[in-house]
Design a binder for this molecule. Structure first.
Ligand SMILES: [Zn+2]
Length: 345
């Protein structure tokens, strides 16, 4: 005979079987378990951070991550972490006759969960796209993101638009008049502190004449990626590309050379330009930044990589990159002196 007690018994049994694969798994009490989130992998820099929780609501075990916001039924959690164990779980559930009723409850709980927590920017056409974290391993867009070494905690913040121009027009009618030659792109959303989608970049997946296309939906909004997660009370690193910003703590990225949007924010900025001492354009921008009394980071001589993502891909870990940047940050006259050294390399 099926009853609620039995339902929880099976769920709890399988949660414990699964726990071997859940990092930092801790049972807080009968109704609360905590471990590193298997969807976003939690913090890459702090391996002790564990923000995934399983708790009981309406007699069902439910998963929720306080880092990436992912919610899941226990069924989907098991399926995600261990498909083999999931088969056994389904079998046992099937034998347990009352499963159908319980399944409906799980589904219902899950929907409420998503509904309550659904971020504002997902109520735009963006919400209809698949997140990179939802794509299968072999998918070209996922392969691109994984190939660039982008930490998995960002995979749920990047999206895949199979028809980029069509997506742009859904966001803003008639923005691209001719969409005959449509193409797939990875969407890097720009979200502001109030959770609004203010714009996005579309990154070509294969070879393309246009690597990035930037679309601003709110023309008044600053062209900045990462506003939603940045802590303006701490020093803020300003890098050139959104992808670079994913490799250092508390970073934002400028879409293009226009940095005027930053004046809206009272924060301490440290500018990290690409490592291209021979580019007159970059040197000019650094000079201007120094004159505006901002700090700048200049990569030490001998650094071959041209940007942060390159440094990561050549084997430097996130902590090392962070350390190089903070020990090579200058301001005012010393920044000017370092710049003239740097450009001679
Ligand atoms: Zn997570």
């Amino acid at each position: 005979m099926y009853n609620e007690y039995m339902s929880n018994y099976i769920e709890s049994k399988y949660l414990h079987l699964l726990s071997a694969q859940l990092d930092q798994f801790k049972r807080k009490n009968d109704n609360l378990y905590n471990f590193r989130c298997p969807y976003c992998m939690d913090s890459q820099t702090n391996l002790n951070k564990a923000r995934g929780y399983v708790f009981v609501t309406e007699n069902n075990y439910v998963f929720k991550c306080h880092n990436c916001g992912q919610g899941a039924s226990i069924n989907n959690l098991i399926k995600h972490v261990n498909p083999q164990l999931h088969k056994e779980y389904t079998m046992e559930r099937f034998k347990d006759g009352g499963r159908k009723t319980s399944n409906t409850i799980v589904k219902k709980t899950k929907t409420e969960f998503h509904f309550k927590k659904k971020a504002k920017y997902l109520k735009t056409p963006l919400g209809k796209l698949k997140k990179i974290s939802q794509l299968p391993e072999g998918h070209s867009a996922k392969q691109y993101v994984v190939g660039r070494g982008i930490p998995s905690k960002y995979h749920y913040k990047l999206f895949y638009a199979p028809k980029f121009y069509e997506f742009v027009n859904q966001c803003e009618r008639g923005k691209i008049p001719d969409i005959k030659k449509d193409e797939p792109r990875i969407i890097i959303p720009f979200i502001d502190k109030q959770d609004n989608l203010i714009g996005f970049q579309g990154r070509a997946i294969g070879e393309s004449k246009l690597k990035y296309v930037t679309i601003m939906l709110d023309q008044q909004a600053p062209k900045i990626f990462g506003l939603d997660t940045v802590d303006l009370r701490k020093p803020v690193y300003v890098v050139e590309g959104p992808i670079d910003s994913m490799f250092i703590d508390n970073a934002i990225a400028m879409a293009g050379a226009d940095v005027s949007g930053l004046s809206n924010f009272a924060a301490e900025f440290v500018f990290v330009y690409d490592n291209e001492p021979r580019s007159r354009e970059i040197v000019k921008r650094i000079e201007k930044t120094i004159d505006q009394k901002h700090s700048i980071a200049l990569f030490p001589s001998g650094t071959k990589e041209k940007d942060i993502n390159d440094m990561f891909l050549s084997g430097k870990c996130v902590d090392e990159i962070q350390r190089i940047i903070s020990s090579n940050t200058f301001k005012g006259l010393s920044a000017k002196a370092k710049l003239s050294e740097w450009r001679k390399i």
